[in-house]
Design a protein around this ligand. Structure first.
Ligand code: ADP
Length: 597
């Protein structure tokens, strides 16, 4: 179960899933955005186009009405003279001739009271009928202007038509009659033409008369001049009749329709362009599906490439893991990792190689150290054991017994010194060496060390002296540890100097910052080949040093670490057979009184 936890997934799996997730999210989001943006753009472009078409349709209908009205007015002017209305016979002749090819189905002349005087063609019983009840007739008579009716159903003919009335004036500008011209919509070619012209795949045209509930024109020829369905029968149509200029409506099947409409005076008609949203947006949706398909394909290709890339990038890591596992299981050493790249993984493996080298070095040093320490311990122990065996087993005289005891004592001292050095080394390495740092004058410490060494120096006729740049130089040190450091340096200087030479301690200051204590001798010096190892543990220039001069080779290494622990630094200069100079520098505290005065 734990293997399925994301925490336990391999890096390759995680990276692949992460990248795949990112790709999918980006694709889905971009598809949603692209779809929304293009659909919106396309929809508004379509609506704009539809709006322009509707404008053209309305203009054509209005132009048609205008031309017809001008025709009626022109003919009304010809039906009167100075006397008033022309004689009926000549009006009849005029109407007969005028009607042919005029596009009007019906012409009639009324008297100023709205009663029909004459009609063309003759409709039995119409002459003598009073039409003043028609609002447009009475308006034309009272306002003495030309008027167009809204759509009406003929009182006698029952035909859908619209009527135009133009007043007839005599030459004194007196109203003498009314020329009335009706247009039978069934014979009106314009609406049929409009329906046919606007029949395209995407949208359809409707010219509706909401008052008379009639289709005036339609892209569907079966609907032309047919009554509109009863309210409630076609909800989409009901909503269209109630709607504002443009938008989207849903029919009862839930299909969306985009529409644009315009209201037309004076007929009170509604000109509508209607299109199924699905059909309109089909091209753009097809385009988006193609885009999605292409993106999906790219996604698969990129996914495969990504998995390969992640696999390739992590190959050195997998190889390194296998190499480490083999080394751990078979207990062999670890070969350095082959590094072919300088990226972060290459750098990690490089760091790993360096770490492994350091571990090897430390292992070797540990082994060397153990063997050196064992060796150092064995030499005095063997001497002690030899002396003690001789003392217990052999019949020795007094002088020999004393010599054996002094050998045992000297070697016990060496052992103790060695163990003390080792303990110091261990504390320094752990960082647990406790120092009692105190500000104090340097001179008393150096005087005491010189005093301790004077018997040894005297024995070798070596002259010891101390030169100080100032009397009272203050340093902050651990008293006993600085003595240990100076003891070691002086002991080496005396040890490696021939008889009758000079060993001097010189103290100089560098402004107010440092105090330099140098121990100079005129001894054999340090061979050039050994100089780089002087401070290494157990290092001695000559293997015979141990026998000739005693010592363990630990002194300088401990000395340097002690000086560092007291915030100081150490160095030396030496030329073979010309003596050596070991120095340490310590931070200076306060000013000497002599300097100040
Ligand atoms: P030890 O003196 O116990 O051998 P040190 O660490 O003090 O150990 O010194 C290491 C080695 O450095 C000495 O064995 C010697 O070879 C060399 N050395 C140190 N001081 C001097 C000196 N003043 N003159 C010549 N050689 C020196």
């Amino acid at each position: 179960m734990a293997a399925f936890h994301p925490r336990n997934w391999s890096l390759q799996k995680r990276l692949s899933l992460l990248l795949a997730g990112c790709f999918i999210i980006i694709t889905v989001l971009s598809a949603i955005l692209v779809k929304a943006y293009f659909e919106n753009e396309y929809r508004s472009l379509f609506l704009k186009r539809e709006q322009e078409q509707i404008r053209l349709v309305v203009q054509r209908i209005e132009q048609n009405l205008e031309t017809r009205l001008r025709w009626v007015e022109a003919h009304a002017d010809r039906l009167a003279d100075v006397e008033g209305l022309l004689p009926l016979a000549s009006i009849r002749e005029h109407l007969k001739a005028a009607q042919v090819g005029s596009g009007f189905s019906d012409l009639s002349v009324m008297n100023p009271e709205g009663v029909v005087l004459i009609d063309q063609p003759v409709f039995p019983g119409r002459v003598g009928t009073d039409y003043s009840f028609r609002s447009f007739i009475s308006r034309s008579l009272t306002e003495k202007t030309s008027v167009i009716s809204s759509l009406l159903i003929g009182a006698k003919t029952r035909r859908p038509m619209y009527v135009m009335a133009a007043p007839i004036f005599d030459e004194r500008e007196e109203l003498v009659g009314l020329l009335v011209a009706s247009t039978d919509l069934r014979e009106e070619a314009l609406f049929k033409r409009l329906g046919e012209e606007m029949q395209d795949q995407d949208s359809r045209l409707l010219v509706l008369d909401p008052i008379n509930r009639l289709y005036i024109a339609s892209s569907n020829p079966d609907q032309v001049l047919q009554p509109l369905p009863e309210p409630g029968a076609e909800p989409l149509l009901d909503r269209l009749l109630d709607s504002t200029s443009r938008g989207t409506l849903e029919d009862e099947q839930g299909e969306a329709w985009i529409f644009v409409n315009e209201y037309m005076e004076p007929m009170h008609w509604l000109v509508v362009k209607l299109a199924s949203e699905r059909a309109v947006l089909m091209p753009v949706r097809n385009l988006i599906s193609q885009y999605l398909l292409l993106t999906l394909l790219m996604l698969v290709i990129m996914g495969c490439l990504t998995i390969y890339l992640v696999h390739y990038l992590l190959r050195p890591v997998r190889q390194a893991i296998a190499q480490i596992n083999t080394a751990v299981n078979q207990g062999g050493g670890l070969q350095p990792f082959a590094i072919q790249r300088q990226d972060e993984i290459g750098q990690l493996l490089q760091a790993f190689n360096a770490l492994e080298q350091m571990r090897d070095r430390q292992d070797r040093m540990k082994e060397e150290f153990i063997s050196l320490v064992s060796h150092e311990l064995r030499t005095p122990l063997t001497s002690i054991q030899g002396s003690l065996s001789l003392l217990t087993s052999a019949q020795l005289g007094e002088p020999e017994r004393e010599e054996m005891l002094s050998i045992a004592e000297r070697n016990t001292g060496r052992l103790l010194a060695l163990v003390n050095d080792l303990l110091d080394l261990a504390s320094l390495a752990r960082g647990s060496l406790r120092l009692e740092m105190r500000q104090q004058s340097l001179k008393p410490i150096l005087d005491e060390v010189l005093c301790d060494f004077s018997p040894q120096a005297k024995a070798k006729q070596i002259e010891l002296d101390l030169e100080m740049a100032a009397e009272d130089i203050q340093v902050k040190v651990d008293y006993a540890r600085l003595q240990q450091v100076m003891n070691n340096l002086l002991s080496n200087a005396v040890k490696f100097s021939p008889e009758g030479t000079r060993v001097s301690i010189q103290v100089s200051t560098d402004k107010d910052e440092w105090v330099r204590i140098s121990v100079k001798d005129e001894g054999e010096g340090i061979p050039l080949g050994f100089q780089s190892r002087v401070f290494e543990r157990f290092a001695q220039a000559d293997a015979s040093d141990r026998r000739r001069h005693g010592g363990t080779g630990l002194g300088l290494s401990i000395t340097r670490e002690l000086v560092a622990a007291m915030q100081g630094r150490m160095g030396f200069s030496s030329l073979p057979h010309q003596g050596s100079c070991f120095y340490l520098e310590l931070p200076r505290y306060g000013l000497s009184t002599t300097e100040e005065s």
